[in-house]
Design a protein around this ligand. Structure first.
Ligand SMILES: Cc1cc2nc3c(=O)[nH]c(=O)nc-3n(C[C@H](O)[C@H](O)[C@H](O)COP(=O)(O)O)c2cc1C
Length: 346
């Protein structure tokens, strides 16, 4: 499919990395059979929210970790040279260089292969969960994983806190829609029918959000109605219904004050997610609670997050057991590849 064999298989797998709104903003320039450059496509970013810009780097960190997992399973370690600079969404150059990566031969271990299997099976589940606690060993493991990346994984199964934060997440949706820029941004990524979701291969489909497409379309195009007492209450009920059975929430805290921190945060998040997947535990990020300043303040106060000296509680999610969720589409892996600026080397 692509010019270089090893990259072909690795990118074919890695293109399943998760991204906010499933916007799939990462682009790769294949420079040689072992070298590539990784970019963030600013046209596919989500800068409307206050923390949307740092989250672009978090997503790049999620991708780098994904690329590493996929490369390891194909017999290569990944050497990285990162270009750490803040993203400027007004830049004329729409591809922000994240870094250069090199494949270094290395025999895969059983552990590498198990993580890779988890990567291919990982999904976001927005379905109701089954009200059970996960195996405590999964929580201990997530704590150790986060610690390895310099972050702290915290979790709670306190029913009052869980209920409060599930409601904060729901209220975030309503609040975000009042913001014209955020509303415009989300509308570009919603896919109201299965056919549209499959054809475009990106975005948030009504199916994965467990909403009937026409209801979602009507609700999104008449956001004023969300404030109306009866209709607002109905939409809130439909949404909260998908959150039934949530027994536990997890969140990540740690250094979050520049591109290096954001990238490392993304790696930590991905490894925690893969650890859960290996144990058949699903996860649903509440990223918008972080990117919406009002919701973030409520969340940080509710969990007593320590947010001083560049530290932040930068990710919140529900986790647990559910039926298998609908699969989110991807654009073809080849859509990630940008033409090389350099001549390929033999
Ligand atoms: C950094 C990050 C933040 C996310 N935030 C949210 C969120 O706020 N709400 C949500 O429903 N999904 C969120 N997601 C999940 C993505 O929408 C999901 O990964 C994407 O649609 C692809 O689906 P998949 O994970 O099933 O492959 C987030 C994902 C990432 C990587």
């Amino acid at each position: 499919m692509f010019a270089f064999d090893a990259w072909g298989a690795i990118i074919e797998d890695a293109h399943r990395y998760p991204s906010p709104h499933n916007s799939q903003p990462i682009k790769v320039e294949l420079r040689s059979p072992t070298q590539a450059a990784v970019y963030y496509d600013l046209d596919l970013g989500l800068p409307a929210e206050s923390y949307g810009i740092p989250f672009a780097h978090v997503c790049a960190g999620v991708f780098l970790e994904s690329l590493k997992v996929c490369a390891l399973a194909r017999g290569y370690a990944l050497r990285e040279e990162l270009h750490l600079s803040e993203m400027d969404f007004s830049s004329a150059d729409r591809l922000h260089l994240i870094g250069e990566v090199t494949l270094v031969p290395r025999t895969p271990t059983d552990e590498d292969l198990a993580v890779h299997r988890a990567f291919l099976g990982r999904q976001t589940s927005r379905r109701p969960y089954d009200n059970t606690l996960v195996d405590p060993a999964a929580v201990v493991e997530a704590e150790a994983t986060a610690r390895r990346h310099g972050h702290e994984f915290r979790s709670s199964s306190d029913p009052t806190l869980v209920r409060t934060l599930v409601h904060v997440n729901q209220a975030t949706l309503f609040d975000d829609l009042r913001n014209d820029a955020v509303h415009r941004e989300i509308l570009t990524w919603l896919r109201f029918s299965r056919a549209e979701a499959a054809r475009r291969g990106d975005g948030l489909s009504a199916e994965t959000m467990l909403m009937p497409g026409p209801v979602l379309r009507f609700a999104m195009q008449h956001r004023g109605l969300w404030e109306a007492p009866l209709i607002g209450a109905l939409i809130r009920r439909i949404y909260l219904n998908t959150m039934r059975g949530v027994r536990q929430l997890g969140w990540l805290e740690g250094p979050f004050s520049g591109p290096a921190d954001y990238l490392e945060a993304g790696r930590a998040f991905m490894q925690v997610w893969l650890g859960f997947t290996r144990r058949n535990i699903y996860l649903h990020p509440f990223g918008t609670v972080i990117t919406n300043p009002h919701s973030h303040a409520e969340f940080a106060a509710a969990v007593g997050a320590e947010e001083t000296a560049g530290r932040m509680a930068w990710m919140l999610f529900r986790f647990g057991h559910s039926a298998a969720p609908p699969r989110a589409h991807r654009r073809p892996a080849s859509a990630m590849i940008v033409p090389s600026l350099k001549e390929p080397q033999p």
